[in-house]
Design a binder for this molecule. Structure first.
Ligand code: HEM
Length: 416
């Protein structure tokens, strides 16, 4: 998805189709969201098959939809690719569960993913990132977006407890779940791609758990932890472990790579920002926040209105699907002055909501922030300059904003 709106585009909101995949590959969603925020903060769309949804695009409305489960429930599903199909895993999969059960499961899983808990992984993560960046400095073209898809494998594989040999396949399967219409990942129809990948991923975690129960042993990994931890008064069932293991795998794989490629692309286009960061590495944490705001790789999440609900100057009827456009909220001019400017010294960049808001706020945020900080620290110290070596290609998805190709050529930084 293009990350800057361009200029002078007329947008006719009556004709806008937010599910048009071309909008995200060759079009310009930011130009559309700008007009939605200004003129139609609650926007209603009916798809040709009769399914309908209501979009909110302003920062405060997006936070309200994501943050208040009494008004907007997660229990019927939260991912727009499943619009209109009730989630069969509701109440067992953390993402499709409302408090109070959600709080119990989340507390159990989250204790291994706090900033303090993930800090002990910084050394191995740094080593993995240095290995990842090294081939970019051999003088040839390096497809950063394509390569970055494998980075979470190197980083989160050990945290989760999944051997590196399985990661390539898992990366492919998680990409199929989130971008089932992208030709890079599609297997037959969109519905078939979704069904196959979901089934394979849940089966993978189920088998992992069965094997571990048979063989015993522990490696301190997150999946081991899920097998022993209590949520509320009881251990999680094997089904809950499989579904939540799947959810963590998905969250880990499909987002961070797109923040990396989108932020690097932006730094290539704005060399003065690249130089500023190189001159002062203490700016890296803010660069990461601005990169998250700028890329917002989880472009939206969905809820269903519990009852008729007034929001954005209109009403979402009871049972109506509410799509909260995170990518738009992170460019809301009322929150972020000059929202389409990329500024690594922006004050208030930390108010970005790329990780969501409220009870379902990304449980992997500390790990993602650590990964991104280390990646930019290493990249800025090693790379002298980065140039584009071809046209970027955008992911064909209205759920995940990202790139499939970003060919670059990098030079080693000269040491003085
Ligand atoms: C740049 C990286 C990431 C971004 C932008 C991101 C974005 C998000 C967002 C927006 C949500 C909220 C969903 C909702 O409100 O329904 C979320 C939830 C979640 N994320 Fe992430 N994520 C990232 C990295 C990760 C990583 C590294 C992991 C795993 C280690 C992860 C696992 C999860 C899980 C399991 C949830 C569900 C939490 C819950 O329902 O309480 N994410 N993420």
């Amino acid at each position: 998805m293009r990350l800057a709106p361009g200029t002078g585009r007329d947008v006719d909101l009556g004709r806008v189709d937010l599910f048009d995949l071309d909008l995200y590959t060759s079009g310009n969603p930011h130009a559309v969201w700008d007009v939605m925020r200004a003129k139609a903060p609650l926007h209603h769309q009916v798809l040709p098959d009769g399914r309908e949804f209501w979009s909110v695009t302003r920062y405060d409305d997006v936070c309200r939809v994501l943050g208040d489960h009494r008004e907007f429930t997660s229990e019927r599903g939260t991912v727009v690719t499943h619009l209109g199909e009730d989630d069969v895993a509701a109440g067992r999969l953390m993402t499709s569960t409302d408090p109070p059960r959600h709080t119990e499961v989340r507390r159990a899983i989250g204790s291994r993913l706090t900033a303090r808990a993930v800090a002990r992984w910084e050394g191995p993560i740094r080593e993995a990132i240095v290995r990842f960046l090294q081939p970019a400095l051999d003088g040839g073209t390096f497809d950063l977006a394509e390569r970055a898809l494998l980075l979470p494998a190197l980083v989160t594989g050990p945290v989760l407890g999944i051997p590196e040999r399985d990661w390539e396949e898992l990366v492919q399967l998680t990409a199929m779940v989130t971008a089932p219409s992208d030709p890079h990942f599609q297997h037959g129809s969109e519905a078939a791609t979704l069904a196959i990948s979901h089934h394979e991923l849940v089966t993978y975690v189920t088998e992992w758990v069965r094997r571990r129960r048979r063989t015993g042993g522990e490696d301190g990994s997150l999946l081991d932890h899920l097998m022993s931890v209590h949520a509320g008064n009881a251990p999680m069932t094997d089904e809950e472990i499989a579904l939540n293991g799947y959810s963590v795998l998905l969250g880990a794989n499909v987002t961070t790579p797109h923040t990396i490629s989108g932020t690097v692309h932006t730094l290539i286009e704005r060399p003065e920002q690249f130089e500023k960061a190189q001159a002062d590495l203490s700016l890296v944490p803010n660069l990461v926040e601005e990169g998250l705001r700028w890329t917002s790789p989880a472009c939206n999440f969905m809820r269903y209105a519990v009852q008729d609900t007034r929001i954005g100057g209109g009403t979402i009827p009871a049972g109506g699907a509410a799509v909260a456009w995170i990518g738009s909220a992170n460019r809301d001019e009322d929150q972020f002055p000059d929202p389409h400017g990329f500024d690594i010294t922006r004050s208030g960049a930390k108010r970005q909501i790329a990780f969501g808001f409220g009870p379902h706020f990304c449980i992997g945020a500390p790990l993602a922030r650590l990964t991104l900080r280390v990646l930019f620290e290493e990249l800025l110290q090693r790379f002298g300059a980065i140039d584009l070596a071809g046209e970027p290609q955008h992911l064909r998805s209205y759920f995940i904003a990202g790139m499939t190709h970003l060919p670059v050529v990098a030079q080693k930084r000269k040491t003085s």
